[in-house]
Every structure is written in C-alpha cells, then in structure tokens.
Ligand binder design. Structure first.
Ligand code: SF4
Length: 567
C-alpha cells in the first residue's frame, strides 16, 4: 500500500485539454515543447492525428516552460507530486507554473476508476468500496416515463414553487413512449414541457417545436414517416453524448437503468429511481454506497463477424445476469484501443444486465476527440477532468477476455445471462428480427447490419428503429455505390421507421412500432430479454449483435453470421 500523505494535498487537477484551454498552456509551436501535450501524446498512445487536430484548435501561444527546463518544475517527476513544494503555485520567470495536467493530485493513487470519480464528487481524497458518501451530480437526466414521477417527488418534497438545483444540469429527453396514440403517454411529454417552462430548464429535447403546443401522435400518418420537430433527440442514452452531455470525470445520474452507457466516456453514470432523482433535482447531491469493482481485461482484436455486443454477452454469460450486482464493471486492456466509441457504449450499456451499478472505460484519445467535437458542436460545457487507471487499484474480481477468440454470441430467453454461441442455435426458428435501441440502434450498428443485407432479402418480419434523428439522417445521406444506406435496407425488406426512439425495445403501448403483440420468437439487437420485455408475455427474445440479427433475418433461424459473410 502506498503512503496516504498525498491525500492532504489540495491541488486542483486539470486534463491536458483543460490546461490547454484554461490555464495558460495554450498552443505550443511544437507539441513536444509543452508538457501537457507531451504527456497527452505519450499517455494516450494516439496516432498523432487527433493530437495535432486538437493542438490546432487552441491559440498559438505556450506559457509552459521549455522542455530543457523541466527539472525546475516544483512538482518533481511527471506524475508524482512533491508534497512539500506543490501546495503553492510557483513562478517561472514572469510566468505562472501549474502542476502538470492530467494527474489528479488530490486523489489517492490506489483506487479504481469508479472510486476516484466518487471520491472527487464527494470532495474527498479517497473513498473505498462499501463506504457511503454524498456525491455531487454533474448532470441529472430524465425522460418521459420517469420524468413526471420525478417532478412529482421534487414538488412534493421541496414545494410547488421550488426551483431545480441547477437549470443547466437537468437534461430532459422524451424518448420512450412517444410514437403512440396512447393519450397518457402523450400527456407525459406535455407534463415535461410545462415543467421546463416553469423552471427555465436549458436542455429539453422536445418532440414538438411549439413550446405552447401539445404532443399528439397521428396514427393516420403511419408509423414510418417522421412526426417529430427539430429539437427532438431520440433515445436518451445515445442522445446524451451526441448532444454533448457526457464528459470524462463527471457524475451522471439518470432515471433509467441503462444510464450506465455513459461510462464509455470515463464517467460515473448510473440509473436511479424517481425518489432519488427528485432529491437530486432539488439538491444536486445523492448518498451513494461506493461499489466494489470487477475488472475485465479486453485483449486482442475482434474477428470479422464478431462485434462489441458479443463481448458483453460473453461477459454476462460468464458471470450471470446478477453476477455484478451493485458492482462497477471496469474495462481495461490493449483491446480497448481497437474499440470505437460506439463499441464502448454498447459494452457499458449492458453493465446493468449483469446487475452492475455502472460500467466504466479508461480515458483515451478517442474519448477526447468525441467529447470535444460534441461539446463544441452543441455549445455545452467543454472542460473536463478524466480519471486515470492506477496499477495499485483493488478489485474483487478479474477476467481476461481474448477478443480474437470470441465468437458470435446470443443471450437466449429468458434473461441476458443465458449465453450460447450463435452456431449452436441453428434449430431455433424465428418469427421476427429487430434492430434498434440505445445499445443496437447506432449508425455503426446499422452499417454492419446493412453489410450483411446488401443485395439480399430478409425472410422474416424485420424492423429497424434508429436510436436518434441524427442517425436517421446519417443513414439517409450515406451512400454505398450510389445507393442510400436507408434505401438498401428497405430494399432488403427491413421496415425502417424515421421515428427514432425506444419503440419496441421496452414493449410500450400496443400500437408501438415493432412491438410483439403475440407470442413470437424474435432475435434482437436490443439489451434486455426478460419475459414480456418487448411486448407479449409469452414471446421470446434472443439478444445478439447486429451482424447476427442480420444473418438470422436472412435465414429465418438463428445462425452464425460468419456463414453469411458479405461478399
Ligand atoms: S432503447 Fe430500450 S434500453 Fe434504451 S433507453 Fe430505450 S427502452 Fe431503455
């Protein structure tokens, strides 16, 4: 165990980018002239392309001491702090020197990523699994299903005239029961709109454009043609990062169990109930027990036909659907560099399917590139402070997954832990295939799905629901050989709706697009398959990757997608 003297230190941490933008370490003439950039390049193992792009984005001035004067830094070796000297900011010539960016000196070093995040949010140098701490929320997200209940708790406990703790940090995203004529579901969106108006909440992604209007879905127009306005954002977990609300180092609470998806961005993100959310809405704080951490080392590279969904289905099959109850799932290893941001979101999203409190990935150049692009695009807060992996961390479980040896995997009815290989399930005849949701309705999911379907035709009812309007747009503007991706999917027999949202992932009212209103068997790119999840209580859902869903839709039975490799 390391000495704990460092916990006394109250230094303020900065990410290299934060340093670059806010503390005087503005753009150096060469990356290697500036310590934060130097560390960024070395630490992130980036190709340099992203690094150079970021360097171009800040003003051409560097206040950092030149490389040759590194030894004079008051904080000693990079990554280590000299506690006798580092409490105060030192002067170097006529310039102020700051402690090196990136390393959070105020935190003890032998914690897991989740412990570090919660320690920081609790204003402590150190927390340990099992400890109860009050943590500050950075963002509270709610949607149309739980939002009205959360608002009710908030108003009951804090008073009808009470104001939310921070109108810029409450993000409201209607997405679940939207495209239905069910009047109570429609009314929920109206309740959210009224609350937003009362409170002056900044980030509300309304279904309609008229702030004084009422949402009514028009069944007569059919389910496929878009009916939302220009602000609508789609499925909350996919919309949060797209709209610039996920940042490394932050704490995100959401009234939805798959809020853990934002752990892909090196933040603590977890689902909470309406009562807790009402409390957070009023105070910006929540009492949390620090979860133990289970470590999953991802090594190697996925083979063709195997996707990120197979990684998490493999892991859940290994530990069971309750195998991580109230634990953090931390993903590490060289294989992470091969996973896109979308892939990481898929994996983190399903941490809850093993009972996990949260899922979390380390910060790297891909995270930085995505977050910076999205926060800049949407004008949301751009500063952030990632937390770093620590080799001395204490975990309660460790598993190494060789990505190169994974095979297309399926979670069979009736829970996400019923793992089988797709090639073992060839006798399971299907009635339906479904691609969509926060987990499986991203652009990259549809692209992979389309690769398998190109020039072929599905043999069973197949439904496609993009997670967000932005994804609809991308699918409708991306062309393969002159053909729009969207049209390719329609030509293959997929019923594609422009009404992006949760749709049948959660069943919903009976008129929900793709809902199973009969005891059917469905292979789905979604994330949960408990009985009744997608509609009829006697239906059966088999969870799989978009590639496996596509190949199975072609065959009419569950197959290994490698049998149908695209030409
Ligand atoms: S798409 Fe499904 S899992 Fe995701 S938020 Fe909606 S209902 Fe939940």
């Amino acid at each position: 165990m390391r000495a704990r003297g460092r916990r006394q230190i109250a230094g303020r941490a900065r990410s290299p980018l934060r340093a670059a933008n806010r503390c005087g370490h503005t753009r150096p003439r060469r990356a290697e002239d500036c310590a934060p950039y130097r560390r960024l390049g070395v630490h992130l193992g980036d190709s340099g392309v992203n690094l150079r792009r970021r360097i171009r984005q800040v003003p051409a001035r560097c206040n950092s001491p030149p490389t040759g004067q590194r030894e004079e830094r008051p904080w000693g070796r990079a990554g280590r702090r000299n506690p006798r000297r580092a409490r105060t900011t030192k002067r170097h010539g006529d310039r102020e020197l700051h402690p090196p960016a990136f390393v959070d000196y105020s935190l003890a070093r032998d914690m897991t990523l989740t412990e570090k995040l919660l320690a920081r949010a609790a204003g402590k140098a150190e927390v340990r699994a099992g400890e109860n701490v009050w943590v500050k929320a950075d963002v509270l997200m709610t949607h149309d299903v739980c939002g009205p209940g959360t608002i009710g708790v908030f108003q009951r406990e804090f008073g009808a005239q009470a104001k939310v703790w921070d109108k810029d940090r409450v993000v409201i995203i209607p997405d679940h029961y939207i495209f239905t004529a069910d009047s109570k579901s429609n009314r929920n969106v109206d309740i959210l709109r009224e609350f937003v108006r009362q409170q002056g909440i900044t980030y509300f992604y309304d279904v309609i454009d008229d702030p004084n209007g009422m949402w009514r879905f028009d069944l007569a127009q059919g389910a496929l043609k878009r009916q939302y306005g220009s602000q609508y954002a789609g499925v909350c977990h996919t919309a949060l990062p797209q709209k610039g609300h996920t940042r490394p180092g932050e704490v995100l609470f959401g009234t939805d169990s798959h809020t853990c998806m934002a752990g892909a961005f090196n933040e603590f993100a977890t689902g909470i109930g309406n009562t807790d959310a009402g409390f957070v809405m009023g105070t910006g704080r929540l009492l949390l027990k620090v979860p133990e951490t289970m470590l999953f080392r991802l090594e190697g590279k996925l083979q063709p036909g195997v996707m990120a969904k197979d990684i998490i289905l493999h892991i859940i099959g290994e530990i069971g659907f309750d195998g991580a109850t109230y634990r953090a799932l931390q993903f590490e290893g060289s294989g992470i560099a091969t996973l896109s941001v979308d892939d990481r979101m898929t994996v983190a999203n399903m941490a809850i399917e093993a009972g996990g409190k949260n899922g979390i990935f380390p910060f790297d150049a891909r995270t930085a590139e995505y977050v910076e692009a999205r926060t800049r695009l949407n004008g949301t807060r751009q500063s952030y402070e990632p937390v770093e992996l620590d080799p001395d961390q204490k975990v309660v479980y460790e598993l190494t997954v060789d990505l190169a040896r994974l095979e297309p995997t399926v979670a069979c009815h009736p829970d996400p832990g019923q793992r089988k290989l797709a090639k073992e399930l060839g006798d399971v005849q299907l009635d339906r295939a479904y691609i969509g949701s926060c987990t499986g309705g991203k652009t990259s999911d549809f692209v992979e799905f389309a690769r398998w379907l190109r020039g072929r035709r599905v043999s069973i009812d197949t439904f496609g629901v993009p997670a967000t309007p932005e994804i609809v747009h991308e699918l409708q503007t991306t062309r393969w050989g002159g053909e729009r991706l969207w049209d390719l999917l329609v030509a293959a027999g997929v019923q594609m709706t422009e009404n992006a949202g949760c749709a049948a992932c959660l069943g919903g009212p009976v008129d929900t697009f793709g809902r199973m209103n009969a005891p059917l068997k469905c292979i789905s790119a979604t994330n949960r398959n408990f009985p009744g999840r997608m509609g009829h209580k006697d239906s059966q859902v088999f969870l799989a990757s978009p590639a496996t869903v596509a190949a199975s839709a072609l065959a009419g039975r569950i197959v290994d997608p490698r049998e149908y490799l695209p030409s």
